[in-house]
Design a binder for this molecule. Sequence first.
Ligand code: GCO
Ligand code: MG
Length: 405
Amino acid sequence: MKITEIKVFVCCSGRNFVTVKILTDKGVYGIGDATLNGRELAVVSYLEEHVIPCLIGKDAHQIEDIWQYLYKGAYWQNGAVSMAAIGAIDTALWDIKGKVAGLPVYQLLGGKSRRAVTVYAHVNGESIEEVLSNLEKAIADGYKVVRLQCTIPGTEGTYGTLGDKKNYYELQGNRPLPPEHPWSTTKYLNFIPELFKRARDTFGYGIELCHDVHSRLTPIEAAQLGKTLEPFKLKFLEDAVTYENPEGYKIIRNHTTTPMALGEKFNTIWDAKHLIENQYIDFVRTAVTHGGGITPLKKLADFASLYHVRMAPHGAPDLSPICFMAHMHLDLWAPNFGVQEFIGFGTPELNEVFNFQAQLKDGEIYIEDKPGIGVEFNEEAAIKYPYKRSYLPVSRLEDGTLWNW
Ligand code: GCO
Ligand code: MG
């Protein structure tokens, strides 16, 4: 089954998405997500100039060989741009294989290990009161796990909440230049424990809670936070410290039993290896889109399982529904699945471009048994929403120093 053509679409159906479609001489096609938020067109160019010409005429069934060819064959292995490109090709090839076999991708991975996928919802607010009222709604909606983010007084606009779009922790498709947000570690560390104390005092310990630090602390600050939060029994603290120097997590581990999640920015299993084999983290958050596709994510899951590390894939709104559905298949299969990040099923314009069927019931997602990944991409609808340049924000300390956003 030969690859005859590969098309790349960029559309802004609410926010920018890069979609790859692989066509074959048997009339079967597959789709993949190549979205790299804020750097979308770099991936398009990488695909069009450097990947697609090499794949025309290749056998679409040779998923592993094509992956190795694109990874090792480039000589310049890994990096966010190239791994997003490889990830989309790989996902599209799994989609094709599933369609040819007449099976959902989770069956090709080894079948279901559970009835459905437990997700964590986003609960945000501009004040603790607002977070608690949104938490009450999330509990009433049946969620078993939620992530709490609250505006830190004096650092308005920072990650996790936004004044004008309270249900979205990130603005969409309308930042032609990066906005700048203030950050104060002192204000943050003084505030966050109170949020979790109030949540536990009000709702008890029946609901599982997480929090995303978004890489803004040093290891010892993160250790301090983890220790302070211990009485509130978090499921995990995410991205406590930026991942480049994994030994930072050793410092955290030496001081606190609060579980750690990391990995939404990992591009390969190598980014995770040291952290996992030293058991510095508890959940690995790598996405199909940024981690090079389904092929390496299956390897990552199996490797992580040797060290009691569970999968908690990234599920932010900048990952397209193709990535979301690819995660559903991995999550259903992975014996060491932990929890899936979930931001809802999206807006009408998003669903017009990406059509998929999934049902949320009591905090768990059920998918239909469609062959392949289970997403239909509407090319005509995509053309209606042209690309708009849009950046992620940047953070600065109160004295103007650039910080991790
Ligand atoms: C998350 C992530 C996102 C990222 C976003 C960047 O936990 O969902 O941290 O919110 O900021 O994916 O593009
Ligand atoms: Mg995160």
